[in-house]
Design a protein around this ligand. Structure first.
Ligand SMILES: [Fe+2]
Length: 225
């Protein structure tokens, strides 16, 4: 019955104008499920942090992204360029928050092998000298972020090389630097404060114990295609 109502609405919207049809048929973003339990990353990241981080913080980015997109669609339909431009910071912040966290959850695992393997390990050695040096460089970038932001291991398509980068706030790596994200470390206080208080370096040190290197390898393979 619900489906019927939705399709009637769409047909009605389509009869009004193509722009409205676009609004009616747009898919809303949804909070992705975690691929593990909230407590799976203990003792390195507490269940309480994971629960609040996923079900509150990430959920808020998803909700606010949907609101911003809806307003943006309205502005597009009206040809209101001023409103479209005014909505860009909200799209960047909430869209970035959704993109970043969706990557972050899959970058982590309770079954971390501890070290990268295969092609990923070879690329890390080639571009940083060793796995230890890459970790040092990325950890330093994470600790150095002023205020809130992210540290990233990314792939630069032009050179075919891995790069370490840092982004402020929720600036998404690919949209703001061109690098393809492989591994992100969230260094917002909401990611560690309940467990590590103000000591971000301890959180960054601990998170290496729960990196899903399989996921990082898959992302490199996909980026190389
Ligand atoms: Fe976060």
């Amino acid at each position: 019955k619900m489906l019927c109502r939705v399709s009637n609405l769409r047909r009605y919207a389509a009869s009004l104008s193509p722009a409205l049809n676009c609004v009616a048929s747009r898919q809303k973003h949804t909070l992705p499920d975690l691929p593990y339990d909230y407590g799976a990353l203990e003792p390195h990241i507490s269940a309480e942090i994971m629960q609040v981080h996923h079900s509150k913080h990430h959920a808020t980015y998803v909700n606010n992204l949907n609101v911003a997109e809806e307003k943006y669609q309205e502005a597009l339909a009206k040809g209101d360029v001023t409103s479209q431009i005014a909505l860009q910071p909200a799209l960047k912040f909430n869209g970035g928050g959704h993109i970043n966290h969706s990557i972050f959850w899959t970058n982590l695992s309770s079954n971390s092998r501890g070290e990268p393997q295969g092609e990923l390990l070879e690329a890390i050695k080639r571009d940083f000298g060793s796995f230890e040096k890459m970790k040092e460089k990325m950890s330093a970038a994470c600790v150095a972020v002023q205020g809130s932001g992210w540290g990233w291991l990314g792939f630069e398509r032009e050179s075919g090389r891995l790069r370490v980068a840092a982004c402020a706030n929720q600036d998404p790596l690919q949209a703001t630097t061109g690098l393809i994200p492989l591994l992100g470390i969230d260094v917002w206080e909401h990611a560690y404060y309940l467990q590590y208080k103000n000591v971000r370096p301890d959180y960054v040190k601990a998170i290496w114990n729960v990196v899903n290197w399989e996921n990082v390898s898959e992302r490199l393979r996909a980026a190389n295609k």
